[in-house]
Design a protein around this ligand. Sequence first.
Ligand SMILES: NC(=O)c1ccc[n+]([C@@H]2O[C@H](COP(=O)([O-])OP(=O)(O)OC[C@H]3O[C@@H](n4cnc5c(N)ncnc54)[C@H](OP(=O)(O)O)[C@@H]3O)[C@@H](O)[C@H]2O)c1
Length: 324
Amino acid sequence: MQYRRLGSTGLQLSALSYGAWVTFGHQLGRGEARELIAQCLDAGIIFFDNAEVYAQGEAERIMGDVLVDLRVPRDAFCVSSKVFFGAVAEPKPTQRGLSRKHIRDACDQALARLRVDYLDLYFCHRPDPDVPVAEIVTTMDLLIRQGKVLYWGTSEWPAALIREAIEVARTHGLFAPQMEQPQYNLLHRANLERELAPLCRDHGLGTTIWSPLASGLLTGKYADGVPADSRLNTPGYDWLRELVLARRDELGRGLAQFAALARDLGVPQSTLAIAWCLRNPLVSTVMLGATKRAQLDENFRAVELAERLDGELASRIESCFPIA
Ligand SMILES: NC(=O)c1ccc[n+]([C@@H]2O[C@H](COP(=O)([O-])OP(=O)(O)OC[C@H]3O[C@@H](n4cnc5c(N)ncnc54)[C@H](OP(=O)(O)O)[C@@H]3O)[C@@H](O)[C@H]2O)c1
């Protein structure tokens, strides 16, 4: 494994990390989750991503139980949570969003579910137009001073709003956001490469990127339909199925070119797509979402492939898709 600094912080994360979205609590139970987390730890992964909303808290419960069960020392792994969507089916106004009340309650609940006494990374999962930025910054600052959180950041926030939060924090001597969690993959580049890049360079913002395989589309597994055991068949995720299959139909030619390129190189498409993400120095860690041991094995090989991926090959890969 390779380790990278989270932006300008002193924290080192594994270049590959492992997240729980859809997987824990929907696709996998405790036993399978335990096997996959153990496999990640064996490969040197030390960062595990989660959120209050994943399986309404169950994903955090599973991850917490597994990390305790595997007896991983608390100083040997990092864990995150994200606040915004709430952890119940029909949240009341106080049970969702980024008010000081909900952030405080959500943080305490995440700590209990994950069975830790601090979160290494805590993200505001989306912007909340109903809460002043200063309220969010002061609340996150307080959580850090209370020792409940080490670093706070955002996910899918517009660059201008992150900049505003950094300015509020600097003006008042408060802890500023230090990382953003954006989608980043071969089909979704512009936000990180154009909007966020200046913040990464000027303010040392780190990035924990999600969906490196565009929900599996870049693996080629949906070229001829949807395999029965795939995420796209998970009850409640019809919206994801429609989204991914629409992208597949729209990008058919590029996906076929990308498949041919991987075949020529003799590497799995998943390995190549993840290696391409790793090549970007603005990426602090690539968060994986694999649901099977063999998938993780393929994905881990990306670290070694990224080291061999030169500019010429990267351009050939990029030429398969329009920049979006
Ligand atoms: N902040 C946010 O808003 C946000 C949003 C989404 C995700 N995330 C985080 O990012 C993590 C990763 O995102 P993601 O799950 O969308 O990642 P992803 O890697 O783009 O997609 C995972 C999907 O790809 C399939 N897959 C993975 N490796 C494969 C391989 N080698 N061969 C074939 N199929 C493979 C899985 O298969 P199956 O079909 O077999 O299940 C799964 O459905 C999440 O767990 C979560 O922690 C954050």
